[in-house]
Design a protein around this ligand. Structure first.
Ligand code: FES
Length: 166
């Protein structure tokens, strides 16, 4: 595969499998923290909800969920990342970089590294908004990503077909 074909390089099998059956997909009504980020370069958006619990005197992440208008890689990374951060404190989760959050999927194709950063940024936005990378600035808060894009809520969130890899 030459360099010009990077935009269409095949996803790894692990990404395809994780994106096909994503874990922790959907909004969380009783979340303690919510973070939303978007990338102006690819137009993808991701929102993450986090719920904490007390465990052995520590406040740890009980569960996390996500919604995204994003590519399959973003879906796959968000799926494994929301599993990975369970049981971690906020500080422990914030210390995880995109490559660590995506590590269960193996090495990401070079053109997909930013997809893991989208997940990292959503986590940061939820857990420590002041430390999150500056984003596009056009995002307004809303209970769901669909609400954010169309206040009338007329957009249905649908996973992209398998062949859409960009
Ligand atoms: Fe934009 Fe994956 S997050 S292409």
């Amino acid at each position: 595969m030459n360099e010009k074909s990077n935009r269409t390089e095949p996803l790894t099998q692990s990404i395809e499998e994780a994106a096909k059956n994503p874990k922790n997909l959907g909004e969380m009504e009783s979340a303690d923290a919510v973070g939303t980020v978007g990338r102006s370069d690819c137009g993808d958006m991701l929102r993450m909800w986090v719920k904490f619990k007390e465990e052995n005197g520590r406040r740890v992440i009980d569960r996390a969920t996500f919604q995204t208008f994003g590519c399959q890689t973003a879906i796959a990374v968000a799926s494994v990342a929301t599993e990975m951060i369970r049981g971690k404190t906020s500080e422990e989760a914030l210390a995880l970089k995109g490559d660590q959050l995506s590590s269960p999927l193996g090495a990401l194709p070079p053109m997909k590294i930013h997809c893991a950063q989208l997940v990292e940024d959503a986590l940061k936005s939820a857990l420590n908004p002041s430390a999150a990378r500056p984003q596009n600035g056009s995002l307004k808060s809303g209970p769901t990503l669909a609400d954010q894009i169309t206040p009338e809520g007329k957009v249905k969130i649908t996973l992209l077909p398998k062949k859409d890899t960009v």
